[in-house]
Write a protein that binds this ligand. Structure first.
Ligand code: HAM
Length: 429
């Protein structure tokens, strides 16, 4: 019989035990900043109706048109593995009547997302984001706050050379006119565009600004800039956002061609990129913007909103290469619980649980039967004491305590052992 080697799917990977510390560290930074700013945690399902993203993210965005994992359920529903959080959170805001709560509603989450992209550095098909959303407030101060929080999370994680790229892409008042002049410009250069962009010229010329093809980048560098064509409202809003960023002393640059690849954005858009010294380029670490029309588009009331998401995988890749080892503050285990014989094993499992309830760290090796190999393990771990629970001990309800430095052994009644060990450990502190 030929052996079939089953491997993980392309673009999907395991998060091995040794990498969990990095995930924890990012999670902790996100959680503590979100709590400080009074954001509440929300979790939405991984599986959603396809319609949510077709409508919300946009039918002709790459995310929806090329990258969604979708399938039909036995009941006939077309469902997808969520490719981003924003439409799901908006759906939940509407579905759960969060517009009745005091506004704005501030939410955060983290979790896995799925996009069938071409796997490359920093690009996975299952990846993790942290996400921040504020619904129900149009003030530019919220834009400033979201940008600051995203920046602070990265700063907390010891990122040094990060910059914020920021732009305004206007709204339904000024964007249609800008689209016209942009289309006219690109049409005059049509033959120099890649085939995807020639198609985008018909669907959405703004997407051409997002194209990473060398030839399109060149054409882009002479394109008109939306910032020169903003309506009064968008102009005033953007000016105030920049004033907030100045006041907060955040390092930003204006990127007049930043449009972002999702359909719902209005006014402010931003990305945080790392100016890498080691050439490790994986694209933006985080990105976001205002989406004042999305709640209405998905069937809710007219509700302005702003948010951002950060790519946890990309953040961790960089943390790892820099060997910024997270502090592993695991309490040292000073006690090893060794057992011998069936009833010794059973009773020591019970005793182990009593230690856990008393919050005293204890190591064990219940799967081993030989006392010698258990003592070897205890030695390797460098514990101070071994508690031996053998046949005789189990029968007479006591435990033998062996001091590993001196080799001295004493007997302790079973019902006193947790308390005695607690006192011994306290003396070590
Ligand atoms: P996004 O720019 O599509 O925005 O994703 C945000 C971040 O997720 C990116 O900057 C990147 O770090 C990470 N990311 C995206 N795709 C991948 C991938 N295939 N592999 C690894 N990391 C990836 C959004 O998703 C918006 N929902 C953000 C937002 C929230 N806008 C308003 N509120």
């Amino acid at each position: 019989m030929t052996k079939v080697k089953i491997q993980s799917l392309s673009g999907m990977r395991d998060i091995l035990p040794e990498d969990q510390v990095y995930f924890k560290r990012v999670q902790k930074a996100v959680e503590s900043i979100s709590h400080y700013y009074n954001f509440n945690r929300i979790d939405t399902p991984i599986l959603e109706q396809a319609e949510l993203f077709i409508k919300g993210t946009g039918a002709d965005t790459d995310v929806v048109s090329k990258e969604m994992y979708s399938f039909r359920t036995k009941g006939g529903d077309l469902v997808v593995l969520r490719p981003e959080f924003t439409p799901s959170i908006v759906r939940s805001y509407i579905e759960n009547g969060m517009y009745n709560l005091p506004q704005p509603v501030k939410l955060w989450t983290t979790g896995p997302l799925f996009r069938h992209e071409r796997p490359q550095a920093g690009r996975y098909r299952q990846f993790f984001q942290f996400d921040l959303e504020v619904l129900g407030d149009k003030s530019p101060s919220i834009d400033g706050q979201i940008i600051q929080m995203t920046y602070d999370i990265l700063k907390d994680l010891s990122f040094k050379n990060i910059t914020i790229e920021v732009n305004s892409i206007g709204d339904s008042e000024c964007r249609p006119y800008f689209k016209k002049i942009l289309t006219a410009y690109f049409r005059s250069k049509k033959s120099s565009l890649c085939s995807d962009c020639q198609r985008r010229l018909k669907e959405n010329p703004l997407r051409i600004l997002d194209c990473k093809e060398e030839k399109c980048q060149q054409v882009k560098s002479g394109a008109p800039q939306i910032i020169d064509h903003l309506c009064e409202g968008c102009h005033a809003h953007f000016k105030q956002v920049l004033e907030f960023l100045d006041e907060l002393e955040l390092p930003y640059t204006l990127n007049p061609y930043l449009v972002r690849g999702l359909d719902y954005y209005t006014k402010t858009v931003f990305e945080i990129v790392e100016k890498s010294e080691d050439g490790l380029s994986q694209g933006a670490l985080a990105g976001g913007g205002r989406y004042d029309n999305l709640v209405k588009l998905l069937g809710g009331r007219d509700t302005p909103a702003m948010g951002a998401a950060g790519g946890i995988d990309r953040i961790i890749n960089i943390l790892k290469t820099r060997e910024a080892k997270p502090d592993k503050k695991q309490e040292k285990t000073n006690i090893f619980l060794a057992q011998l014989g069936q009833s010794g094993k059973r009773k020591s499992m019970k005793l182990f649980e009593e230690f856990r309830q008393a919050k005293i760290p204890v190591a064990e090796s219940f799967s081993k039967d030989s006392l010698r190999s258990q003592l070897n393990s205890a030695n390797k771990m460098g514990v101070k004491w071994v508690l031996i629970f053998g046949q005789k001990e189990a029968l007479e309800d006591f435990i033998t305590l062996r001091d590993m430095e001196t080799g001295v052994q004493v007997e302790i009644p079973l019902d006193k052992v947790v308390e005695e060990m607690k006192q011994k450990i306290n003396k070590l502190k």
